[in-house]
Design a protein around this ligand. Sequence first.
Ligand code: ZN
Length: 123
Amino acid sequence: MGTANSGAYLIGYVIAAAIAAWVYSDAKKRGMNAVGWAIGVFLVCIVCLPLYLILRKPLLTAGMPGMPPGTFVTQLPPSYIPPPAPGATFAPPPAAPGRFCGQCGQRFEGTVKFCPSCGAPQA
Ligand SMILES: [Zn+2]
């Protein structure tokens, strides 16, 4: 009698173990009691598996690699520009008077005939 059903029992245990292993890794990802849920699902799969699927917490995906972009992140509109700080000025600082030597690149004040750095004649 038992011989005919032992194979079916074995398959049942293998399936239960596979589900328990999945529940274990899944519960671990969600910060739940992985061992407790795995044992519960393995022992009373028909009761605990639906219970687990109902009670399980959302995945702890915050900051985890591999998650599709924008899944849990509130995306800003494309036109979003951070508002300027009150009183801030975006005008560039006034250009300092002076010129740059075409020979050495040294900046000098005013108009000179020769570069004060390298002595190259300036137009
Ligand atoms: Zn120069």
